[in-house]
Design a protein around this ligand. Structure first.
Ligand code: 2P0
Length: 322
């Protein structure tokens, strides 16, 4: 039995950084994200009962380094006695470069595996399964604006607003397309164990989530911009102060921030956010994307630009027997 699913990456406006339970991959904080439309990962899962091992192709090439994590994800969705699977993934943007490729990959894998085996999971269950593989993947089970609530011994995702009713646009400035030097899982643990700012980060998150939730409900762009930039800079401050420090930024990252500050000074409705990598995501009101795109493209060191509107939830696109 086979199924193919597509999932879009999501960009956190209020960030997930830190784990409360490493074993079960439970986050230490809730988060709020937007799911993107034009970036995607498409995953086909083919259950092969006669096979003895899983296989993984990423963009047509064997990817042995990622296979263990995919196999563990399949175990969670289908149980350890499951048939082996041939998994094939295609992604239209750089992988492991701070563009949430693990969010879209694990959301799509979870949804495709469940569909291939005809398991009728609810969205809440799929989100928990995807989140156990990669925390941010849970949010890609929701389209538009999503909140991941951290409820103690579990997580819950819910939509905050659909993608049509506030069609924000995102311009991504790629400043370095290679894979990141430190995985987010490793960097989060270093932050938790050694950053003097970690506890205040965790303690202030409910406050930031509340402000962002209200800003999204009221479509208050200025308020959302203010809290999202603050939350992003706070997350990076936690990691800069850890030992060893984690600095994902490069000089071009900083230049992009200066470009965005200049645009804001000129009255442009745009704000920045940066994840576990050096890329800069500029979130703007509809109609501002061309101007933002041009300004970032002219910023010295920017390698490429991707633009996207808000996108839908992870979904099955093909389901076949035999
Ligand atoms: C986020 N990031 O909220 C934050 C902001 C990166 C910076 O979620 O360890 O790959 O697999 O649960 O989901 C990236 O971390 O981490 C991430 P794991 P994940 O989007």
């Amino acid at each position: 039995m086979r199924a193919t699913a597509i999932a879009q990456p999501n960009i956190a406006l209020i960030k997930y950084w830190g784990k409360r339970d490493l074993e079960r991959n439970l986050p230490a904080v809730g988060s709020i994200s937007i799911t993107l439309r034009d970036l995607y990962t498409k995953v086909a899962v083919d259950l092969v009962p006669q096979s003895r091992s899983d296989t993984l192709l990423v963009n047509g090439a064997e990817a042995p380094s990622m296979l263990a994590r995919i196999s563990a994800c399949l175990d969670r969705v289908l149980g350890e006695q499951r048939p082996r699977a041939a998994v094939s993934s295609t992604c239209n943007f750089p992988i492991a470069a701070g563009l949430a490729s693990s969010a879209s990959a694990f959301a799509a894998t979870t949804v495709a595996a469940a569909a291939a085996a005809r398991r009728a999971y609810t969205t809440a269950e799929l989100a928990r399964l995807a989140g156990a593989a990669s925390g941010s993947a849970a949010r890609s089970l929701i389209g538009g604006f999503a909140e991941l609530a951290n409820l103690g011994d579990t997580i819950e995702v819910r939509p905050l607003r659909d993608l049509e009713s506030w069609p924000l646009e995102v311009v991504v400035a790629i400043t370095e397309s290679g894979p990141k030097s430190t995985s987010s899982t490793t960097a989060m643990e270093i932050s938790r164990q050694s950053s003097p700012f970690y506890d205040s980060w965790v303690n202030q998150q409910a406050h930031d989530l509340g402000i962002a939730r209200t800003a999204i409900a009221q479509r208050d762009f200025a308020q959302l911009a203010n809290i999202a930039e603050h939350n992003c800079l706070k997350m990076h401050s936690v990691m800069w102060a850890s030992r060893p420090p984690t600095v994902y930024w490069n000089a071009t990252t900083m230049r992009c921030l200066q470009t965005i500050r200049r645009l804001q000074g000129e009255g442009c409705n745009v704000f920045f956010t940066i994840d576990a990598g050096p890329q800069v995501k500029a979130v703007c009101l509809p109609g501002e994307a061309d101007r933002v795109r041009q300004a970032l493209a002219e910023t010295s060191g920017v390698e490429a630009i991707m633009t996207s509107g808000l996108g839908p939830a992870a979904r099955v696109v093909v389901q076949l027997d035999g």
